[in-house]
Design a protein around this ligand. Structure first.
Ligand SMILES: Nc1ncnc2c1ncn2[C@@H]1O[C@H](COP(=O)(O)OP(=O)(O)OP(=O)(O)O)[C@@H](O)[C@H]1O
Length: 349
């Protein structure tokens, strides 16, 4: 049955209460998520969190046990295999291992979705040329995939995914097999395509750095549920769930291990404060004011300022005399800056 639903105009995809079980494992346990037109949404989770199942439901390869997968307002989960075909073409996909056909030239790989649609050869040639130009590979049209680097193969994958002018580009760990420099160039290309074509992109990844680099919004999935969602800079600045904190672990400043090893919960010596500020809060000269307006001495022991989506995000570790820890916390809290006493160290931290 074909269902037309009244999704908000700006939503390209809406997932509503998606559930999918394998035996007793709930791979998706009530996932609701909206992908807005023109945005880049990063979906991140650990291995086994449910990312692949989610992506398979999103492109109609998997049917959820219950819930809705609305793509441009039509529920994929309720369509027959035949009805699904045209809707699947509204979703382009890029993959970790590129999935190119080795016996076909680059231009034939790019034009393949159009061939499947039954488009005439001149149109296919022209569209492939346009797309290869867009991804910077015009000179490789007649080459075979085996002669390309990993980054070039992924550029071909991107061109092919765009051939049928999809409403949504799904990226399934598309940079996981690439070195950091090539990853950066592919992410820059995706961002450029997003800006130039207004293309909506959903990235599935286990790497926070990928989300940080190009996503507008992030959704964190764990045990089949969305545990956190929001603008990337906000979630990076104030992660609420343990999973998010742990996934952020490698790219946020961490208390140096030699200090962490000496931390005690017994007040005395110096208190170690974690200080987190973002947006407006991070634009204030709060450290200077802590010393001058509040008259509280502190030492900066680790951390720094990052810029995500144009927003400053500060993550700092300060040492203050234990007796001043409460006052320092109150002063910073009053300025909208989050603090937490992690513990105390005897002598100098
Ligand atoms: N076809 C299946 N049969 C049985 N269990 C499955 C199947 N597909 C997924 N699962 C289980 O569902 C859970 C979610 O798996 P899924 O592959 O969606 O996670 P993932 O986040 O993509 O993990 P990874 O990053 O390792 O690919 C896991 O516990 C997995 O073992």
């Amino acid at each position: 049955m074909d269902t037309v639903c009244s999704a908000p105009a700006e939503a390209v995809v809406r997932l509503i209460e998606l559930k999918r079980k394998f035996g007793t494992t709930a791979a998706l346990d009530g996932v609701s998520l909206t992908v807005r037109k023109g945005e880049i949404l990063g979906i991140i989770g650990r291995s086994g969190a449910g990312k692949s199942t989610l992506i398979r439901c999103l492109n109609g390869l998997e049917r959820p046990d219950s819930g809705q997968v609305l793509v441009e307002g039509r529920d994929l989960a309720r369509l027959s295999e035949r009805e699904l075909q045209p809707l699947r073409r509204r979703i382009g996909m890029i993959f970790q291992h590129f999935n190119l056909l080795s016996a076909k030239t680059v231009e034939d790989n790019v034009a393949l979705p159009l061939k499947i649609e039954g488009r005439a050869k001149p149109e296919r040639r022209q569209r492939a040329a346009e797309l290869l130009d867009l991804v910077g590979l015009a000179e490789k049209a007649k080459a075979y995939p085996a002669s390309l680097s990993g980054g070039q193969k992924q550029r071909v994958g991107i061109a092919r995914a765009l051939a049928a002018r999809p409403a949504l580009l799904l990226s399934d760990e598309a940079t996981s097999a690439l070195d950091p420099e090539t990853t950066a160039s592919i992410l820059a290309l995706l961002k450029d395509i997003n800006r130039r074509l207004g293309l909506t992109i959903v990235l599935i990844t286990h790497e926070m750095e990928v989300v940080r680099t190009i996503a507008d919004r992030i959704a964190v999935i764990d045990a089949g549920r969305i545990v956190e969602e929001g603008p990337v800079w906000k979630v990076f600045a104030e992660p609420r769930s343990e999973v998010t904190r742990s996934l952020l672990g490698t790219i946020r400043p961490r208390l140096p291990s030699e200090i962490a090893a000496r931390l005690s919960q017994q007040p005395g010596g110096e208190a170690i404060l974690r200080v987190e500020a973002a947006g407006e809060g991070a634009r204030q000269p709060f450290l200077a004011e802590l010393a001058t307006a509040a008259g509280l001495p502190f030492r900066l022991i680790h951390g720094g300022m990052d810029h995500i989506q144009g927003q400053p995000v500060a993550s700092l570790f300060l040492a203050v005399p234990a007796r001043d820890a409460g006052a320092a916390g109150q002063f910073l809290d009053a300025h909208g800056i989050k603090t937490e006493v992690l513990g105390y160290v005897a002598g100098d931290a």
